[in-house]
Design a protein around this ligand. Sequence first.
Ligand code: CIZ
Ligand code: SF4
Length: 353
Amino acid sequence: HSQDEECQQRIIAAKEKLGKKLVILGHHYQGEGVYRHADYTGDSLKLSRYAAEVDAQYIVFLGVHFMAEVADILSRPDQIAILPDLAAGCSMADMANLAKVERSYRELNKVLDFDETITPLTYINSAADLKAFCGEHGGIVCTSTNATKMLEWSFARREKVLFFPDQNLGRWSGHKMGIPLEQMPVWDPDQPMGGLTEEEIKNAKILLWKGHCAVHQMFRPQNIIKFRNEHPDGIVISHPEAPFEVCLQSDYVGSTEYILKTVREAPAGTRWLVGTELNLVNRLAEEMKPQGKTVQFMSHVVCECSTMARIDPQHLAWTLENLAEGNVVNQIKVPENEAKLAILALQRMLDAS
Ligand code: CIZ
Ligand code: SF4
């Protein structure tokens, strides 16, 4: 405990020393030990907007690798994006890579006989080279807040979408637009032709990349049934990365920003079951207590994002102390040619949302 306390003091001291040179951006899924030091908090969309606006020389990102990449892409060339632990990746983002996406896109276009039938649409949870791929091929980026809008943007231009890497977000967003499940087949990049027949591909509106979030995948319809039995007046809210059946049985489905807003604005005395990352749910539960609102976590097993948790007070203290000494550590730098293309896809999203 005294070690934790010491770490907190080191962070505060280094932060003070750095002053206006530093801004710390914190994602909702971060643990309290680092989250409390963030100058701005939000989801990846909100934080990427801050990254594009802040003036600080150092942008320290409390989040995962793809978020720090976006901060680097959207900030000025003289600003430096930093991730306190380079091993903080996102297992979902890792389920797609450039070689597989290129091959899939090529295969699909071959079956469809002519180019420009499919828009590549990547969830922001993906590596910068995939955003660059979308930039280059008339595609776009989405977040969990604007996925439906970005699908509409895509359908206004071309008849089909290749959606990666999260099949659950793609399926739920397509479902909300009224697209039947048969027209949203799963594209398995490790099988020839995605494991689909030519007929299935021709009939598809959205090809859902076979990827998912290991954290949100843990939520089950049984968790909701049990909650409703125990609390008939309870309200269920889930993140669209959760399985389709969980979203179907929820009263509300939306991004982290949406979940926070909905529960915060709810009447006093309400009881909530929340299906998203544990740190967010714990923090929200504490915040709602004084208003007499009860916030419960959806699963009986711990669903913490283990890679988000790599950004701990030790790593933050080490990073800030180095910066205060003038040593830049753990910089995230997207190669210029890649950044140029990625920004096209990101800018299309920012303009359309
Ligand atoms: O966009 C984000 O930050 C993520 C990963 C989820 C969300 O809903 O905010
Ligand atoms: Fe990636 Fe899931 Fe962690 Fe979000 S919660 S960063 S999608 S592994």
